[in-house]
Design a protein around this ligand. Structure first.
Ligand code: BF8
Length: 675
């Protein structure tokens, strides 16, 4: 055997320390397994490649071929005037703002193009051009139709009659699809925001005209030699991000609810331990439920289960990764196999018979990992293919969706017998309840008869609930997997802040057992614990995928409407957070939260730190305009306390800070009062 010399050892690529890489034991075990098998994962690659410090700060401009121009901050900081400039004279502020804007454009495009795909399928279903998709949730359809000005009833001979559901759906579908490219007017859903917020947007001239136009305009403005005022660029960031949050994402959520059902609370499990050695395991990964809904339906068919049994398996186990996990968890209770950073590891178990991917957050390295196992890796979306030749492409189309899903599930079943003997599924998983949304929060906290947000507001006003936090977003291999997510959420609920979660934060919380009512007694402060126990809800409410951040906007709007907590979103004792963000979508989400009046804290870093004036504009100046601001804090406990301090500030402004002090009196305080 060749001797390992010091030189050879020094040349060996540095591998991740599994314990430093993730807080999750199952993930640690699979990182070790990958390393033993000589397969690199994102955790190892994060050790081997360090990020570019200048890019990280947002001050590298590569928007023309005279560059890239790099504008590092002087070592001793900026003394006096900031004289840094690129070849064309672009300042650090212009460069950082352009880069930031392009992130907003990409993020808004990703969410909104997803929404467009849903709208197209919705219209095909409404026109009965496909057998695979139907108008399922008619109550939701009837609730959104008025926003589009579509009548739900008709007068016939002096009598009011209900209109045909499919007729309504066609009109809604056509108007919804027009939101991407209509020549005049403004986005329809903007008026769902509290009136003062809508008026603010109008006054600032940031009402999006149509979704595509705002994204295209960012690309134009950030072309070499166009918009050279970071304030004006930021204004367009707001307009495009609103086209995402109150446009493309909100439309995606609503139309998906109509097609597949508005989620209601249900129970499932989370983490890679949901995979079963004796079952055919199919992992569905990506974002669009158009694909995953069909796979879920097909995998549950008795003939498919029989087919799996005929091949020696006991059944079919589906699992989701990334936002597809959130989509099929919230509507069907399909278990969540893991977050963004666990995608390669699902294959490294050796038990993944097929991984089916569509768009967004899919690692190209999945193909290299799949090569080492029997796993069939299948891409399904025309805009998202992989160059590696072991990847199959089965293009999914609403007109033959059932056949496509059938083919994929059969392929996975046929592949079961090709599995190697060496399977390692870490035996860890947690119970989780998901499926919350605007409607179910109203029901759970308002009761069958009341069906309002009054009870929630009452409990915020009396201080049992200190405030509301939206904690969302990705994992990032530059930080310990899930650590910041969990520390921040636990610190918030410990301080009686109820958490609304989406995206990979939702999966992280599910893996940690925080999506169960029982977790309240263990982790919550006395006020929130009492509410969770009385109502039977978890302290962390899972509201779905990243496009479903629109549910957070609408739930917050319902809180405003219920009264007693101000007139606008920026008045609420509420805050947003993305502890481990990595995606351009997160920047778009952050921008629309801030532009909707929400104090929003990001973890890690922001690609703005190299341009201090622009960075400051995103916090201080945006707050003056919209009432919300960007903030940054990498330390999870400090991060949570920034949010709590903001919540307390808002409670004080609302004059409800005293109520909370009373509620949280201990027995000694009470006795002192009685005496
Ligand atoms: O849209 S949270 S890593 S999965 S980008 Fe991706 Fe980030 Fe996860 Fe969903 Ni959202």
């Amino acid at each position: 055997m060749a001797e390992i010399t010091k030189e050879k050892a020094a040349k060996a690529p540095k591998l991740a320390d599994p314990i430093a890489a993730t807080i999750d034991v199952g993930t640690q075990e699979l990182i070790v397994r990958a390393q033993q098998l000589g397969i690199d994962t994102v955790f190892d690659r994060a050790e081997q490649m360090k990020p570019c410090a200048i890019g990280l700060q947002g001050i590298c401009c590569k928007n023309c071929a005279m560059g890239p121009c790099r504008l590092p901050l002087p070592k001793d900081g900026i003394q006096g005037e900031d004289t840094r400039k690129g070849l064309c004279g672009a300042t650090a502020n212009t460069i950082a703002a352009r880069n930031f804007a392009r992130m907003v454009a990409a993020g808004a495009a990703a969410h909104s193009d997803h929404g467009r795909g849903v709208a197209e399928v919705f219209l095909a279903a409404a026109r009965k051009e496909t057998d695979a998709y139907k108008i399922k949730d008619t109550i939701k359809l009837l609730s959104i139709a008025p926003h589009f000005g579509v009548a739900t009833t008709v007068e016939v001979d002096g009598e009011t009659k209900d209109r045909d559901i499919y007729e309504i759906a066609v009109e809604v579908g056509e108007l919804a699809l027009a939101e991407w490219g209509k020549p005049d007017g403004e986005l329809i859903y903007l008026k769902r925001a509290p009136k003062p917020l809508y008026e603010k947007w109008k006054k600032m001239g940031v009402l999006p005209r149509n979704i595509d136009r705002e994204i295209v305009e960012i690309m134009h403005r950030t072309h070499m030699g166009v918009d050279q005022d970071y304030k004006n660029i930021t204004k367009q960031c707001t307009r495009a991000s609103l086209a995402d949050g109150w446009g493309g994402s909100m439309l995606a959520t609503d139309l998906q609810d109509v097609l597949f059902g508005t989620p209601t609370p249900l129970q499932a499990e989370a983490n890679l331990g949901i995979m079963k050695e004796d079952h055919v395991n199919i992992i569905v990964h990506g974002h669009e439920p158009i694909l995953s809904e069909m796979i879920v339906a097909t995998a549950q068919k008795p003939e498919m289960i029989e087919y799996a049994k005929s091949k020696g398996a006991k059944g079919i186990q589906l699992g989701g990764i990334c936002c597809t996990a959130n989509e099929i968890f919230q509507r069907h209770g399909v278990p969540q196999a893991g977050t963004f950073l666990q995608q390669e590891l699902a294959i490294i178990t050796g038990a993944c018979d097929a991984m089916v991917v569509d768009v967004q957050c899919v690692f190209q390295n999945l193909a290299n990992v799949a090569k080492c196992f029997h796993t069939k890796l299948i891409t399904t979306h025309p805009i998202a293919r992989m160059e590696q030749n072991n990847v199959m492409h089965i293009e999914f189309d609403e007109h033959h969706a059932i056949e496509d899903a059938d083919r994929i599930v059969r392929m996975a079943i046929d592949n079961f017998e090709n599995r190697g003997a060496d399977v390692m599924i870490p035996p860890y998983k947690s119970a989780a309840i998901g499926g919350f949304g605007v409607e179910s929060i109203e029901y759970h906290l308002g009761g069958t008869f009341r069906g309002t947000y009054f009870t929630l507001n009452d409990n915020i006003i009396n201080g049992r609930i200190r405030g509301i936090a939206g904690v969302v977003g990705c994992n990032n291999a530059r930080t310990r997997h899930n650590e910041a997510h969990i520390k921040i959420v636990k610190e918030l609920i410990k301080n009686d802040v109820i958490v609304l979660t989406t995206g990979c934060n939702g999966i992280a919380c599910a893996m940690e057992g925080l999506l169960t009512p029982e977790s309240a007694a263990v982790h919550c402060g006395p006020g929130l614990s009492e509410i969770c126990e009385t109502v039977g809800i978890p302290p962390v409410l899972h509201l779905g995928s990243c496009v479903d951040n629109s549910r957070i906007l609408l739930a917050a709007t319902e809180v405003v409407k219920a009264g007693g907590l101000g007139k606008d979103l920026c008045d609420l004792p509420a805050a947003g957070s993305a502890p481990e963000w990595m995606s351009e979508k997160a920047i778009s989400i952050g921008q629309y939260f801030v532009s909707s009046g929400v104090y929003t804290v990001f973890g890690l870093h922001l690609p703005t730190s190299g341009a201090p004036v622009f960075h400051d504009y995103l916090s201080t100046e945006m707050e003056k305009i919209y009432g919300g601001k960007w903030d940054l804090e990498a330390d999870p406990i400090k991060h949570a306390h920034l949010m709590i301090a903001h919540i307390d500030k808002k409670r004080k402004e609302l004059g409800i800070d005293k109520a909370r002090e009373r509620v949280l009196m201990d027995m000694a305080d009470r006795q002192a009062l009685e005496a």
